[in-house]
Design a protein around this ligand. Structure first.
Ligand code: GDP
Length: 364
């Protein structure tokens, strides 16, 4: 999963990103790609893997992971090429969802680029830049569609009409993700790669005092309402505390969280909420060599899930041997679970469930 962090200057993006890289996987332990300086990779917390590791006495434990892209430099005027604006906008195209950091803490020593702290105005500033950029993208696509339409292409006609609707929506200052559309239309919209069609998770950055008191300040309330109106997610974090936490050992971390009266780090909540927002879930594989969590979309069928592990397994898919994590743990071992007949044999049409522990059978 790829998430991009955006927000105005001085809202706490770098502080959050530092927390992520400090808490993150070392580049050397990340087998998937080279990590660039603006990418932080963290494990998705999952204590089921710890238990499975013990059950199987596994050599290796591999968590699912999230890549955070630091997309700094998005300022007012970015879509007009102000600063390095356009380059940063293009980074947003690569991510699956946007984490929009909003400043919800007062501090006279920390300058706000607009002179005062006002989260809704800040959200609008960033959203407008993204909207401008989308309008530009859309106009180019409309020119092309217009030519096809003239040559009598029926699909082009329908697409053109949809694009006109999108354009009007954007011109009214609204992000594409709030446009009502049928499943078919959504498919077309995905193909347009518009920035404002991506899911957004607002990260309201609050002060240590507010975090400690547990009370929602007025600014957070406004952001929450805004997020709810556009069906976006919201997580409150204290970026500065996250940065401190990420430098600590596990036991010190637990102690510090307890001091603040909270159970989970903001980073963990951010990851969980992103999963929920994007409709993601995990299935597990376990054995003496390795226990591992894999990320899939809710509703994924067994062969596609198998393809996450290797395309050969998807191609040669025969069946899946499945047990729920809970049933496996209750049985005490794989052998016991098998004796009790708790493993199910599932075929090509099986829809994966959260926490399935799976063994795929396939032809090579
Ligand atoms: P960026 O420009 O969005 O990357 O913002 P920074 O991460 O550099 O933060 C700007 C300033 O706000 C820095 O002085 C941070 O220490 C401060 N800051 C960021 N997050 C918090 C927070 O949660 N609480 C407090 N009190 N200050 C914060």
């Amino acid at each position: 999963m790829k998430l991009g962090i955006v927000g105005l200057p001085n809202v706490g993006k770098s502080t959050l990103f530092n927390a992520i890289t400090k808490a993150g996987i070392e580049a050397a332990n990340y087998p998937f790609a080279t990590i660039e300086p603006n990418i932080g990779v963290v494990s998705v917390p999952d204590e089921r893997l710890d238990h499975l590791e013990k059950l199987y006495n596994s050599k290796k434990k591999v968590f699912a992971h999230v890549e955070f892209y630091d997309i700094a430099g998005l300022v007012k005027g970015a879509s007009q090429g102000e600063g390095l604006g356009n380059k940063f906008l293009s980074h947003i195209r690569e991510v699956e969802a946007i984490i929009h950091v909003v400043r919800c803490f007062e501090n006279d020593n920390i300058v706000h680029v607009e002179g005062s702290v006002d989260p809704l105005r800040d959200i609008e500033t960033i959203n407008l830049e993204l909207i401008f950029s989308d309008l530009e993208t859309l106009e180019k696509r409309m020119d092309k569609a217009m030519k096809l339409k003239r040559s009598g292409d029926k699909t082009a006609q329908a697409e053109y009409d949809l694009m006109e609707r999108i354009k009007a929506h954007l011109e009214a200052g609204k992000p594409v993700r709030t446009l009502e559309a049928t499943e078919e239309e959504k498919e077309v919209i995905r193909g347009l790669f518009l920035l404002t069609s991506k899911d957004v998770l607002y990260a309201a950055n609050i002060s240590e005092e507010d975090l400690m008191s547990g009370e929602e300040n007025e600014m957070v309330k406004k952001v929450k309402e805004h997020a709810a109106n556009e069906h976006s997610g919201l997580v409150t974090i204290c970026a500065r505390l996250e940065e401190e936490l990420s430098g600590l050992e596990e036991d010190e971390k637990v102690e510090m969280l307890a001091e603040y009266g909270i159970m989970e780090t903001g980073l963990d909540r951010l990851i969980k909420e992103s999963y929920r927002l994007l409709g993601l879930m995990s299935f597990l594989t376990a054995g003496p060599q390795e226990v591992r969590a894999w990320t899939i979309k809710v509703g994924t069928k067994a062969p596609v899930a198998a393809g996450k592990i290797h395309s050969d397994i998807q191609r040669g898919f025969i069946r899946a041997e499945v047990i729920s994590y809970d049933a496996l743990m209750e049985s005490g071992s794989e052998a016991h679970a098998k004796e009790k007949g708790l493993y199910r044999i599932e075929g090509k049409e099986y829809i994966m469930r959260e926490g399935d522990v799976v063994n795929f059978r396939f032809n090579v």
